[in-house]
Design a protein around this ligand. Structure first.
Ligand code: NAP
Length: 245
């Protein structure tokens, strides 16, 4: 049986690497994008040339109607989703908690947590019916340990951990597994606002001596999504080169 995987935020960075990895492992892959349609479609084309059944689908994950419409389209094109990778996320600019306005706070929660809720909500009826499915949510080490001047982002990523652990318990009787990956500092566009010196500092603070790559995270996600992790649920797997030691 072919697994159908949806990777939210699959157009760039970590999501793109996850889509490539899952495509390489025989999944049919739905690549969700928000603004970067062209890169998502190029990736789908690249995966199709490699023999994978891959299609790009647009939706703002913060908008539950768009998520619902996207699921309809995926079901028609590829079939129901049984492997859900909730990766789409935004990191608001760093700043003091006192300076965070409502719009910034609400948008971060709408994308980083609300998007997961909508996707899980929409994927669950099929998973519950089949009594099988795997969900992997992308959190962050900042959600585990907190970060000064990153309260909004850290709070959304801590919420992802609560969601993951609670849902894992709720869905275990239906043989649906829910896990999370908490990446450390991974070299993607998300870190592009940090200057080269800060990036070098972060690499130096990492016991393995480098920043992570999107592929480092994708390998952990693919493991948790797969049957190799059949007895693993409710776990938060840190992929940070030892940063949080
Ligand atoms: P990135 O390079 O900035 O890529 C973000 C991805 O999320 C893009 O594909 C983007 O789509 C998508 N996205 C953003 N808003 C969206 C929305 N409203 N609806 C649908 N998709 C949306 O970030 P990244 O570093 O790959 O991060 C991926 C995940 O890992 C995020 O959840 C992030 O919080 C988490 N993470 C990253 C790091 C790190 O160091 N990089 C560390 C810990 C956790 P478009 O390009 O199509 O707009």
């Amino acid at each position: 049986m072919t697994n159908v995987a949806l990777v939210t935020g699959g157009s760039r960075g970590i999501g793109q690497a996850i889509a490539r990895t899952l495509g390489g492992r025989g999944y049919d892959v739905a690549i969700n994008y928000y603004r970067n349609r062209a890169t998502a479609e190029e990736l789908a084309e690249e995966l199709r040339r490699a023999g994978c059944n891959a299609v790009a689908f647009g939706a703002d994950m913060a908008n539950s109607s768009e998520v619902d419409a996207m699921f309809h389209t995926i079901e028609t094109a590829l079939g129901p989703v049984d492997t859900l990778i909730n990766n789409a996320g935004i990191a608001p600019p760093s700043g003091l908690f006192q300076d965070v306005d409502d719009e910034t706070w609400n948008r971060a929660f709408a994308v980083n947590v609300g998007g997961m809720r909508s996707a899980i909500h929409r994927a669950l009826p099929h998973m519950l019916h089949e009594k099988r499915g795997s969900i992997v949510n992308i959190s962050s080490i900042w959600g585990l340990r907190g970060a000064s001047c990153e309260t909004v982002y850290a709070a959304t990523k801590a919420a992802v951990i609560g969601l993951t652990r609670s849902l894992a318990l709720e869905l275990a009787p239906s043989s649906i597994r829910v896990n999370a990956v908490a990446p450390g500092c991974i070299k993607t566009d998300m870190l592009s606002t940090l200057g080269p010196e800060t990036l070098a500092d972060l690499a130096a603070q990492t016991p393995l001596g480098r920043l992570g790559t999107p592929e480092d995270v994708a390998a952990a996600v693919a493991f948790l999504a797969s049957d190799e992790a059949a007895f693993i649920t409710g776990q938060i797997l840190t992929v940070d080169g030892g940063f949080t030691g």
